[in-house]
Structures are given as C-alpha cells and as structure tokens.
Design a binder for this molecule. Structure first.
Ligand code: ADP
Ligand code: MG
Length: 261
C-alpha cells in the first residue's frame, strides 16, 4: 500500500514483573493500521491484547520499540504532535463502568475530552449530537452511569471516544462484557459509525467470529507475539498457525483454554 500507515507499532516489547519473574506481555509486535482500514487483533486471554491497546493510545510505554501516528513518533514526539495524537486516536474499553467516572453525569463525561483537549466550539451542542449519534434518548446527558444499562453505558463511552473527532479508534473487547442480546447492536453501531465518519479501526477481541463481522484484516497474537496476519477471509479459510485454527474453532488450545471473557 502506498504512503505511510496512519498508526503503527514497530517491534514493540513490554515485560512486567522482576527479572526473575518476568512476564513477556508483548515481544516485538509490529502492526500497521492504514487509513480507512478495519484491523482486527485476536488472541486468547493473556495474549497481550490490552497491553498493546494501552501502548497504542500511549497510556503505557513499551520497553522497546516505537509507536508512530501519521509518521511521527508518539514516544519522543514534539508537543504539537502529541496534541494531534491525543485527539486523533481514541479508545473504547471493555468495561464502560471502569472508563466512566460514576460521579459525572453522562453529558459531563462526554464533554470532558473536549475540555481537556481544548477543542473550540459549543460543547453542549456537540454533546447532544454525539449522544444522538450513538442512539441514546434525549435527556440522557443528565443521567449518571449507574442509571443506564450496560449497552447504554458503552454507547456513552463510544460518544466520549468520538468527541474529539478522532481519525482512529481502538476498541478493546468493546462488546465482550455486554449481554448477548445487545452485543450485536453495539457492534453494529461501532461499524456504522466507523463507516459513516470514515474512521480507521483497530478492533481487539478474543472472538474470531466478532472480528470477522467487523474487520477486513486480522493479526493473531499468541503469548505476546504475532503468529499470523492477513485478510480475514483468507485466515478463516486457511489458517497457517495451529493456534489460529484453534481460535477459529474456539476450543481449548496449546498452553491454556480460550476463555470467554
Ligand atoms: P489480554 O488483554 O490479551 O488478556 P493483557 O495484555 O491484559 O492480555 O496481559 C498480557 C500478560 O501481561 C498477562 O500475562 C497479564 O497477566 C500480564 N499483565 C498485563 N498487565 C499487567 C500489569 N499491569 N502488571 C503485571 N502483569 C500484567
Ligand atoms: Mg484484555
């Protein structure tokens, strides 16, 4: 593909713990997200997905390697580059209870990134538009997170992520904690918004079926390493790595069980 990736990691590694009891959460993971692309990252629980997600939005630094947004280093970036990165790459987590401040009304939560990033304009109006875009009823802005259902809370988290008008969205198990009945709705909402707003997406999940529904390309993580990557359809039809094949079948695998998180 021509040009440079929108977002990329180059040989990113992250180890937790002490030297004697080290956990290699990520080992030399390189990933490229092209503009307008929907890239899946799949792996069982503990394979390093959330560590990668946190590194992609600079909530955490890798021990080694590089993260670039629009060709510029995020780790050693100039201030101006960091501001465009902070606006440009947003994340949705698995648990909206964890990502929404329980003391803030929905409207305040969605407006918060606008304030923090000093986005100009009428924030109140923007919040209304965002809540409507994610399908929440009028008046939702006055409610607190505990007054909403799990699906509604995740819609708020999506609105909040979209607030600064990002170009890239990272979704880390964004529907895994939801009731099966609302999972498809929220999944379709994310896909529709990504389409409509022309966003690039990294969709992280333990569930190959969900990845197939949303993504065109997928990267398979196993114990912190990329073991396979390619077009989703191709990988589904002819997985090259036994771990990938097991993920597709969703059965117990090498070194542990694939967990339904
Ligand atoms: P996943 O999201 O695929 O379940 P994680 O990135 O959460 O995987 O975890 C990868 C590995 O790193 C696991 O062994 C996990 O226990 C370990 N790990 C993750 N975060 C931390 C942390 N903050 N401190 C220590 N170990 C961690
Ligand atoms: Mg995780």
């Amino acid at each position: 593909m021509a040009g440079e990736p929108l977002l990329e990691t180059v040989a990113v590694s992250r180890t937790y713990g002490s030297r004697s009891r080290a956990v290699h959460a990520l080992s030399r993971v390189s990933l490229r997200l092209w503009e307008g692309e929907r890239l899946g990252v799949v792996g069982e629980s503990g394979s390093g997905k959330s560590t990668l997600a946190r590194i992609l939005v600079a909530l955490e630094r890798p021990d080694q390697g590089e993260v670039r947004f629009q060709g510029r280093s995020v780790l050693s970036g100039r201030r101006q580059d960091l501001v465009s990165f902070r606006k440009g790459v947003q994340i949705i987590f698995q648990d909206p209870f964890g990502s929404l401040d329980p003391r803030l009304r929905v409207g305040q939560s969605v407006a918060e990134p606008l304030r923090a990033l000093r986005v100009p304009g009428d924030h109140g109006r923007r919040v209304q538009q965002l809540l409507e875009a994610v399908g929440l009823p009028t008046g939702s802005e006055r409610l607190y997170p505990h007054q909403l259902s799990g699906g509604q809370r995740q819609r708020v988290a999506i609105a909040r992520a979209l607030a600064p008008e990002p170009t890239a969205l990272i979704a880390d198990e964004a529907v895994s904690a939801l009731d099966v009945s609302v999972r498809a709705q929220v999944l379709n909402l994310i896909a529709d918004l990504v389409d409509r707003l022309g966003l690039s997406l990294i969709f992280i999940s333990h569930d190959m079926a969900v990845i197939r529904h949303v993504c065109t390309r997928v990267l398979v993580l196993y114990r912190g390493e990329v073991v396979e990557e390619g077009p989703v359809d191709q990988i589904f039809e002819a997985p090259q790595h036994p771990y990938t094949a097991a993920l597709i079948r969703s059965v117990p695998v090498l070194g542990g069980r694939i967990q339904d998180i």
